[in-house]
Write a protein that binds this ligand. Structure first.
Ligand code: BDR
Ligand code: CA
Length: 316
């Protein structure tokens, strides 16, 4: 059974991803060991409250899944929140009531190191926000890479335009220094960039089917997606939205839903126009970058992803 340690910035697509994870927990397919939150879509405290709200709604809140707030700013630049995409509250201006639970008080990076040491080789680390907590944890404990089973990151853009600048994807752009620490470390990383997530955008039929379901989880998903769909529709040029983070989570359980290439990855740290862009060496020469190759998802089974996500949400 997968034991997942999540780091996120909940966020509308993070919320959908949490519903998917909750369905796995409730069916006994996965354990959600703990969650850390980070600046990104919102500040980490708001992200932690949003995470607790979703876990409680999905029936897996409470002491079983501790939620720790983490880094409130990037390593080497000012903080920026994705208000236009996720709303000021991170959940599409729904302004939901406070959750019953509260964040633990432990810093998310400390939680990550503590749990990795307590369960060596067992945990899959899933990161669906900026990588500041992971970068800080790598600095705290140089042994961390050997302690994790796998690291799945939603982020980056290669043969695809950026979504926050011309070349950069948001999670990487929010903290390029931390992201580069993650890609430099000697651990098995699966990276799920915009190249893989954008083609999976859900559209009319999927959204209408979700809206037809009468459960707390389906109603919540429909409600938060309204704002997100409005934000995405001009970009997609049709009614729809990209549920990036859920794809990254699903590839833990069903890696065969994507195709991959394996290449060392670096983050542009100095470019005037390209800071935060992910760079790989696609030349057919022996790699002169000796970083451990990252397994990068580049496409896959769109219908498989969309059907599984819908089934998961309506199963709650
Ligand atoms: C990523 O950025 C955030 O806004 C989303 O939650 C997702 O993790 C997509 O670029
Ligand atoms: Ca996210």
């Amino acid at each position: 059974m997968a034991k997942i340690l999540l780091d996120c910035d909940t966020g509308i697509d993070d919320a959908l991803m949490l519903l998917y994870l909750a369905s796995l927990v409730r069916s006994g397919e996965a354990e959600l060991v703990a969650v850390g939150t980070v600046h990104g879509n919102v500040d980490p405290h708001s992200g932690a409250l949003n995470t607790l709200r979703v876990l409680e709604l999905a029936g897996i809140g409470g002491v079983g899944v501790p939620v720790a707030a983490g880094a409130g700013r990037p390593m080497a630049q000012d903080v920026h929140y994705a208000v236009d995409w996720h709303g000021r509250d991170g959940l599409g201006e729904t302004n939901l009531p406070a959750p019953r639970g509260a964040p633990t008080g432990e810093p998310a990076a400390a939680q990550l190191v503590r749990l990795a040491r307590a369960h060596p080789g067992e945990l899959t680390l899933l990161a669906t926000g900026p990588l500041t907590n992971l970068g800080a944890a790598l600095l705290l404990d140089p042994e961390l890479p050997a302690l994790l089973r796998e690291v799945i990151v939603m982020g980056g853009a290669f043969d695809h335009p950026g979504n926050i600048t011309t070349h950069a994807e948001a999670n990487i752009w929010h903290d390029p220094e931390a992201a580069d620490l993650v890609f430099a470390a000697d651990w098995p990383v699966v990276l799920v960039p915009l190249d893989a997530t954008h083609p999976t955008a859900v559209g009319d039929a999927w959204l209408d089917e979700l809206a037809g379901h009468d459960s707390d989880a389906a109603r919540f998903a429909t409600r938060v997606l309204e704002f997100y769909v409005d934000a995405y529709t001009p970009t997609l040029k049709r009614r729809g939205a990209v549920v990036h983070d859920a794809l990254a989570a699903m590839l833990i359980m069903e890696p065969g839903l994507a195709e991959y290439v394996e290449r060392p990855v670096r983050v542009e740290l100095r470019g005037e126009l390209t800071r935060g862009a992910t760079v790989w060496d696609a030349r057919s020469l022996p790699a002169d970058d000796h970083r451990r190759p990252v397994r990068v998802a580049v496409g896959g089974d769109v219908a498989g992803f969309q059907n599984r996500l819908l089934a998961s949400v309506v199963s709650l």
